[in-house]
Write a protein that binds this ligand. Structure first.
Ligand SMILES: [Zn+2]
Length: 194
């Protein structure tokens, strides 16, 4: 546990939050749920009721999926990632929650970033899409994006995922370039697709 000094974004009241610095989801599934929902990183101001978000370094470790997600804004190297592991750096709690949803759904986040790119083109909108889930027998994916102060939903067929997976298979250098605790987002993808 570490103590994090914070202040309310609305009224400025000081607050000390006690927060674990990591979770091993195999040994602590309850804590995993709080990370996945974002609840772990929020605190409610006792003075004004505002729900505040803490942005602190955090390590998410899923041994069965051989997955490590590191939440930090500091650039990271490839060191320290065990053999055979997938490692990702994320820079916000929202990014961390999204990665957990992608990997929990058994999906590939490289392909998901390509799906977002394709979907933005289809929508003819330059918006920040987030993977929200996959449902039903036809594995339809749902993405969300903010627009005019609201959260919009867009459903994307699994055929888009399969098409993007095919593009990635035909361009193996893209996956080969992903090493260590990689930052996989739209900025990463823009090195290959514009
Ligand atoms: Zn407050």
């Amino acid at each position: 546990m570490s103590n994090i000094a914070a202040s309310c974004s609305k009224c400025g009241a000081a607050h000390v939050a006690e927060l674990p610095q990591s979770v091993n989801v195999a040994t602590d599934p309850e804590l995993k749920e709080k990370v996945r929902s974002g609840e772990l990183f929020t605190w409610t101001c006792p003075h004004c009721g505002t729900v505040n978000l803490l942005s602190v370094p955090f390590l998410y470790h899923d041994p069965s999926a051989r997955l490590m997600l590191v939440l930090t804004t500091t650039p990271l190297g490839a060191e320290g990632l065990p053999e055979g592991y997938t490692g990702r750096q994320v820079r916000s709690v929202g990014d961390l929650m999204e990665k957990i949803k992608i990997f929990d759904a058994g999906l590939d986040d490289l392909i998901i970033e390509m799906c977002k790119f394709v979907t933005c083109q289809e929508l003819k909108k330059d918006v920040a899409l987030r993977f929200a889930g996959m449902d039903g027998a036809d594995a339809e994916m749902t993405f969300t994006y903010p627009e005019n102060g609201q959260m919009e939903l867009v459903a994307v067929g699994f055929n888009v995922y399969e098409d993007c997976a095919g593009i990635l298979r035909r361009n193996p250098q893209i996956r080969d370039s992903v090493q260590g605790l990689a930052l996989i987002d739209q900025a990463w993808l823009s090195r290959y697709f514009r």
